[in-house]
Ligand binder design. Structure first.
Ligand code: ASN
Length: 301
Protein backbone atom coordinates (compact mmCIF):
# COMPACT_ATOMS: atom_id res chain seq x y z
CA UNK A 1 0.00 0.00 0.00
CA UNK A 2 2.89 2.40 0.68
CA UNK A 3 3.27 4.92 -2.11
CA UNK A 4 6.44 6.99 -1.68
CA UNK A 5 5.67 9.33 -4.57
CA UNK A 6 2.21 10.16 -3.20
CA UNK A 7 3.68 10.82 0.24
CA UNK A 8 6.28 13.15 -1.32
CA UNK A 9 3.55 14.95 -3.31
CA UNK A 10 1.49 15.45 -0.13
CA UNK A 11 4.53 16.92 1.64
CA UNK A 12 4.99 19.35 -1.26
CA UNK A 13 1.26 20.18 -1.07
CA UNK A 14 1.59 20.94 2.67
CA UNK A 15 4.47 23.35 2.06
CA UNK A 16 2.53 24.98 -0.79
CA UNK A 17 -0.59 25.51 1.37
CA UNK A 18 1.54 26.84 4.23
CA UNK A 19 3.19 29.37 1.88
CA UNK A 20 -0.15 30.44 0.39
CA UNK A 21 -1.67 30.95 3.86
CA UNK A 22 1.40 32.92 4.97
CA UNK A 23 1.40 35.14 1.86
CA UNK A 24 -2.34 35.77 2.15
CA UNK A 25 -2.14 36.50 5.89
CA UNK A 26 0.61 39.07 5.30
CA UNK A 27 -1.71 40.79 2.82
CA UNK A 28 -4.55 40.92 5.37
CA UNK A 29 -6.81 38.17 3.97
CA UNK A 30 -8.95 36.32 6.54
CA UNK A 31 -9.46 32.56 6.18
CA UNK A 32 -13.05 31.38 6.50
CA UNK A 33 -14.15 27.74 6.78
CA UNK A 34 -15.81 26.30 3.66
CA UNK A 35 -19.49 25.43 3.25
CA UNK A 36 -20.53 22.21 1.52
CA UNK A 37 -24.36 22.46 1.46
CA UNK A 38 -26.22 25.53 0.18
CA UNK A 39 -29.50 26.51 -1.44
CA UNK A 40 -27.58 27.60 -4.57
CA UNK A 41 -24.05 27.29 -5.90
CA UNK A 42 -21.93 28.44 -8.82
CA UNK A 43 -23.83 27.40 -12.00
CA UNK A 44 -20.49 26.74 -13.79
CA UNK A 45 -21.86 27.97 -17.05
CA UNK A 46 -22.17 29.11 -19.67
CA UNK A 47 -18.53 28.16 -20.14
CA UNK A 48 -17.26 26.57 -23.34
CA UNK A 49 -14.45 24.95 -21.29
CA UNK A 50 -16.82 23.16 -18.89
CA UNK A 51 -18.02 19.53 -19.28
CA UNK A 52 -20.36 19.27 -16.30
CA UNK A 53 -23.14 16.68 -16.64
CA UNK A 54 -25.37 17.71 -13.70
CA UNK A 55 -25.73 19.56 -10.40
CA UNK A 56 -24.97 17.55 -7.23
CA UNK A 57 -28.29 17.90 -5.36
CA UNK A 58 -29.53 16.44 -2.08
CA UNK A 59 -32.60 16.94 0.10
CA UNK A 60 -32.45 17.46 3.87
CA UNK A 61 -35.39 18.25 6.17
CA UNK A 62 -37.58 18.90 3.16
CA UNK A 63 -35.16 21.50 1.82
CA UNK A 64 -33.50 21.11 -1.57
CA UNK A 65 -29.76 21.73 -1.30
CA UNK A 66 -26.75 21.58 -3.62
CA UNK A 67 -23.16 20.59 -2.91
CA UNK A 68 -20.63 23.36 -3.44
CA UNK A 69 -19.41 23.73 -7.02
CA UNK A 70 -17.51 26.87 -5.96
CA UNK A 71 -18.01 29.36 -3.14
CA UNK A 72 -18.32 32.41 -5.39
CA UNK A 73 -21.80 33.37 -4.10
CA UNK A 74 -20.67 33.11 -0.47
CA UNK A 75 -17.48 35.02 -1.23
CA UNK A 76 -19.44 37.99 -2.59
CA UNK A 77 -21.79 37.96 0.40
CA UNK A 78 -18.89 37.83 2.92
CA UNK A 79 -16.88 40.54 1.15
CA UNK A 80 -19.98 42.75 1.34
CA UNK A 81 -20.57 41.91 5.01
CA UNK A 82 -17.43 43.68 6.20
CA UNK A 83 -14.82 40.90 5.95
CA UNK A 84 -13.52 42.62 2.78
CA UNK A 85 -10.52 40.37 1.96
CA UNK A 86 -10.93 36.65 2.46
CA UNK A 87 -10.02 33.17 1.35
CA UNK A 88 -11.07 29.61 2.01
CA UNK A 89 -9.69 26.19 1.11
CA UNK A 90 -12.88 24.75 -0.21
CA UNK A 91 -13.90 21.26 -1.37
CA UNK A 92 -15.84 21.43 -4.65
CA UNK A 93 -17.95 18.70 -6.25
CA UNK A 94 -18.23 18.95 -10.03
CA UNK A 95 -19.87 16.12 -11.91
CA UNK A 96 -17.44 16.10 -14.81
CA UNK A 97 -18.10 14.13 -17.98
CA UNK A 98 -16.34 10.72 -18.14
CA UNK A 99 -14.74 12.10 -21.33
CA UNK A 100 -12.40 14.12 -19.06
CA UNK A 101 -10.88 10.96 -17.54
CA UNK A 102 -7.58 11.23 -19.40
CA UNK A 103 -7.27 15.03 -19.53
CA UNK A 104 -4.86 14.77 -16.60
CA UNK A 105 -6.37 17.86 -14.94
CA UNK A 106 -10.00 16.95 -14.10
CA UNK A 107 -11.38 15.55 -10.84
CA UNK A 108 -15.03 15.36 -9.83
CA UNK A 109 -14.10 16.29 -6.27
CA UNK A 110 -11.17 18.61 -5.57
CA UNK A 111 -10.15 21.55 -3.40
CA UNK A 112 -9.50 25.13 -4.38
CA UNK A 113 -7.94 28.10 -2.62
CA UNK A 114 -10.79 30.51 -3.31
CA UNK A 115 -10.19 34.20 -2.50
CA UNK A 116 -11.93 37.53 -2.95
CA UNK A 117 -10.74 41.12 -2.46
CA UNK A 118 -13.07 44.10 -1.90
CA UNK A 119 -12.76 47.01 -4.36
CA UNK A 120 -9.92 45.23 -6.19
CA UNK A 121 -9.10 45.23 -9.89
CA UNK A 122 -7.71 42.42 -12.03
CA UNK A 123 -4.26 43.97 -11.69
CA UNK A 124 -4.49 43.62 -7.89
CA UNK A 125 -5.35 39.94 -8.31
CA UNK A 126 -2.46 39.41 -10.77
CA UNK A 127 -0.08 40.97 -8.27
CA UNK A 128 -1.26 38.77 -5.38
CA UNK A 129 -1.25 35.57 -7.45
CA UNK A 130 2.15 36.22 -8.99
CA UNK A 131 3.67 36.85 -5.54
CA UNK A 132 2.02 33.73 -4.15
CA UNK A 133 3.13 31.41 -6.97
CA UNK A 134 6.71 32.72 -6.89
CA UNK A 135 6.86 32.38 -3.08
CA UNK A 136 5.42 28.85 -3.28
CA UNK A 137 7.88 27.63 -5.91
CA UNK A 138 10.80 29.18 -4.01
CA UNK A 139 9.73 27.54 -0.72
CA UNK A 140 9.17 24.15 -2.34
CA UNK A 141 12.61 24.34 -3.98
CA UNK A 142 14.18 25.18 -0.61
CA UNK A 143 12.29 22.76 1.63
CA UNK A 144 11.40 19.81 -0.61
CA UNK A 145 14.57 18.89 -2.48
CA UNK A 146 14.25 15.18 -1.50
CA UNK A 147 10.61 15.07 -2.59
CA UNK A 148 11.36 16.79 -5.92
CA UNK A 149 14.30 14.42 -6.54
CA UNK A 150 11.98 11.44 -6.05
CA UNK A 151 9.70 12.91 -8.74
CA UNK A 152 12.73 13.77 -10.88
CA UNK A 153 11.40 17.33 -11.00
CA UNK A 154 13.12 20.68 -11.38
CA UNK A 155 10.94 23.81 -11.28
CA UNK A 156 12.29 27.14 -12.32
CA UNK A 157 11.16 30.30 -10.55
CA UNK A 158 9.14 32.30 -13.09
CA UNK A 159 10.19 35.92 -13.68
CA UNK A 160 7.16 37.45 -15.32
CA UNK A 161 3.73 36.13 -16.25
CA UNK A 162 2.83 37.20 -19.82
CA UNK A 163 -0.74 38.34 -20.53
CA UNK A 164 -2.78 37.25 -23.61
CA UNK A 165 -6.41 37.52 -24.66
CA UNK A 166 -8.47 34.45 -25.59
CA UNK A 167 -8.82 35.89 -29.13
CA UNK A 168 -5.04 36.09 -29.56
CA UNK A 169 -4.60 32.45 -28.50
CA UNK A 170 -7.59 31.25 -30.54
CA UNK A 171 -6.06 32.87 -33.66
CA UNK A 172 -2.68 31.29 -33.02
CA UNK A 173 -3.64 27.79 -31.76
CA UNK A 174 -7.34 27.21 -32.56
CA UNK A 175 -9.88 25.86 -30.06
CA UNK A 176 -7.32 23.64 -28.27
CA UNK A 177 -5.38 26.79 -27.31
CA UNK A 178 -5.16 26.07 -23.60
CA UNK A 179 -3.31 22.79 -24.07
CA UNK A 180 -1.12 23.91 -26.97
CA UNK A 181 -0.14 27.30 -25.51
CA UNK A 182 0.59 25.62 -22.14
CA UNK A 183 2.87 23.06 -23.85
CA UNK A 184 4.89 25.80 -25.53
CA UNK A 185 5.12 28.11 -22.51
CA UNK A 186 8.05 28.23 -20.10
CA UNK A 187 6.38 30.58 -17.56
CA UNK A 188 2.79 30.71 -16.23
CA UNK A 189 0.64 33.10 -18.30
CA UNK A 190 -2.64 35.00 -17.97
CA UNK A 191 -5.49 34.69 -20.46
CA UNK A 192 -8.09 37.48 -20.42
CA UNK A 193 -11.69 37.78 -21.51
CA UNK A 194 -13.79 34.59 -21.29
CA UNK A 195 -17.51 34.52 -21.93
CA UNK A 196 -18.78 32.75 -18.82
CA UNK A 197 -20.81 32.86 -15.58
CA UNK A 198 -23.10 35.78 -14.63
CA UNK A 199 -20.93 36.91 -11.73
CA UNK A 200 -17.89 37.79 -13.88
CA UNK A 201 -18.07 41.47 -14.87
CA UNK A 202 -18.86 42.46 -18.43
CA UNK A 203 -16.71 45.43 -19.49
CA UNK A 204 -19.06 48.47 -19.31
CA UNK A 205 -17.14 50.09 -22.17
CA UNK A 206 -17.09 46.95 -24.35
CA UNK A 207 -20.29 44.88 -24.06
CA UNK A 208 -19.49 41.26 -24.97
CA UNK A 209 -16.03 41.59 -23.36
CA UNK A 210 -15.41 40.30 -19.84
CA UNK A 211 -13.03 41.49 -17.13
CA UNK A 212 -12.04 37.97 -16.15
CA UNK A 213 -8.96 35.80 -16.45
CA UNK A 214 -7.38 32.35 -16.23
CA UNK A 215 -3.84 31.56 -15.18
CA UNK A 216 -2.29 28.69 -17.16
CA UNK A 217 0.77 26.70 -16.07
CA UNK A 218 3.66 26.16 -18.50
CA UNK A 219 5.05 22.80 -19.75
CA UNK A 220 1.60 21.45 -20.66
CA UNK A 221 0.19 21.46 -17.10
CA UNK A 222 -2.83 23.53 -18.22
CA UNK A 223 -5.25 25.71 -16.25
CA UNK A 224 -4.20 26.74 -12.74
CA UNK A 225 -6.78 29.33 -11.69
CA UNK A 226 -9.80 31.21 -12.92
CA UNK A 227 -11.44 34.37 -11.65
CA UNK A 228 -12.64 37.84 -12.47
CA UNK A 229 -13.76 41.25 -11.45
CA UNK A 230 -17.40 40.81 -10.39
CA UNK A 231 -20.80 42.09 -11.32
CA UNK A 232 -21.97 43.79 -8.10
CA UNK A 233 -24.96 45.91 -9.17
CA UNK A 234 -28.27 44.14 -8.39
CA UNK A 235 -29.98 45.03 -11.70
CA UNK A 236 -27.01 43.86 -13.75
CA UNK A 237 -26.72 40.59 -11.82
CA UNK A 238 -30.43 39.95 -12.33
CA UNK A 239 -30.15 40.72 -16.06
CA UNK A 240 -27.18 38.33 -16.42
CA UNK A 241 -28.93 35.52 -14.47
CA UNK A 242 -31.96 35.91 -16.76
CA UNK A 243 -29.77 36.07 -19.86
CA UNK A 244 -28.17 32.74 -18.83
CA UNK A 245 -31.60 31.12 -18.38
CA UNK A 246 -30.95 30.21 -14.72
CA UNK A 247 -33.71 29.48 -12.22
CA UNK A 248 -34.38 32.85 -10.49
CA UNK A 249 -36.03 31.12 -7.47
CA UNK A 250 -32.86 29.18 -6.74
CA UNK A 251 -30.81 32.39 -6.70
CA UNK A 252 -33.38 34.41 -4.70
CA UNK A 253 -31.50 34.38 -1.34
CA UNK A 254 -28.32 35.49 -3.16
CA UNK A 255 -30.26 38.15 -5.06
CA UNK A 256 -31.73 39.42 -1.76
CA UNK A 257 -28.17 40.03 -0.52
CA UNK A 258 -27.25 41.69 -3.83
CA UNK A 259 -30.25 44.01 -3.54
CA UNK A 260 -28.98 45.22 -0.15
CA UNK A 261 -25.77 46.26 -1.92
CA UNK A 262 -22.72 44.25 -2.91
CA UNK A 263 -19.25 45.79 -2.55
CA UNK A 264 -17.40 45.57 -5.91
CA UNK A 265 -14.69 42.91 -5.75
CA UNK A 266 -12.35 40.68 -7.70
CA UNK A 267 -11.02 37.24 -6.90
CA UNK A 268 -10.20 33.78 -8.17
CA UNK A 269 -9.87 30.12 -7.28
CA UNK A 270 -6.61 28.15 -7.49
CA UNK A 271 -6.94 24.36 -7.75
CA UNK A 272 -4.93 22.68 -4.97
CA UNK A 273 -4.38 19.30 -6.67
CA UNK A 274 -3.50 21.00 -9.97
CA UNK A 275 -0.90 23.09 -8.14
CA UNK A 276 0.56 19.96 -6.52
CA UNK A 277 0.62 18.17 -9.87
CA UNK A 278 2.51 21.09 -11.43
CA UNK A 279 4.98 21.35 -8.53
CA UNK A 280 5.95 17.66 -8.65
CA UNK A 281 5.50 17.34 -12.43
CA UNK A 282 3.02 14.42 -12.32
CA UNK A 283 1.70 13.33 -15.72
CA UNK A 284 -1.88 12.80 -14.40
CA UNK A 285 -3.58 14.53 -11.46
CA UNK A 286 -4.62 11.08 -10.10
CA UNK A 287 -1.01 10.60 -8.96
CA UNK A 288 -1.29 13.36 -6.34
CA UNK A 289 -4.81 12.75 -4.93
CA UNK A 290 -5.00 10.47 -1.86
CA UNK A 291 -8.55 9.23 -2.59
CA UNK A 292 -9.10 9.24 -6.34
CA UNK A 293 -12.07 11.10 -7.80
CA UNK A 294 -11.44 10.60 -11.49
CA UNK A 295 -14.27 11.30 -13.98
CA UNK A 296 -15.47 8.05 -15.49
CA UNK A 297 -14.08 5.90 -12.65
CA UNK A 298 -15.89 4.40 -9.66
CA UNK A 299 -15.21 5.68 -6.13
CA UNK A 300 -13.40 2.95 -4.15
CA UNK A 301 -13.76 4.58 -0.74
N1 ASN B 1 -13.44 30.28 -7.86
C1 ASN B 1 -13.73 30.87 -9.14
C2 ASN B 1 -13.82 32.37 -9.02
O1 ASN B 1 -13.56 32.91 -7.97
C3 ASN B 1 -14.99 30.35 -9.72
C4 ASN B 1 -14.89 28.89 -10.08
O2 ASN B 1 -14.23 28.10 -9.44
N2 ASN B 1 -15.62 28.50 -11.08
O3 ASN B 1 -14.12 33.02 -10.00
Amino acid sequence: MKNDKLIAALRVQNIALETIRETFRKRGLIEIMPVILSTASDPLGPDPGSHIIGMPRIEYQGQKLVLTQSMILHKQIMVSSGVENLFTVSPNVRLESPASRDSGIHLFEFSQVDFELARASMEDVFDLVQDTIVATISRVNEDCSKELALWDREIKIPRKFPVYSTDQLLDKYGTDWEKLASQEATDPFWVLNHKREFYDAEDPEKPGSYRNYDLVYPEGFGEALSGGEREWDFERILMRIKRDGLNIDEYKPYLDFARKGFVPSAGAGLGVERLTRFLVGASHIREVQAFGRIPGEMVVI
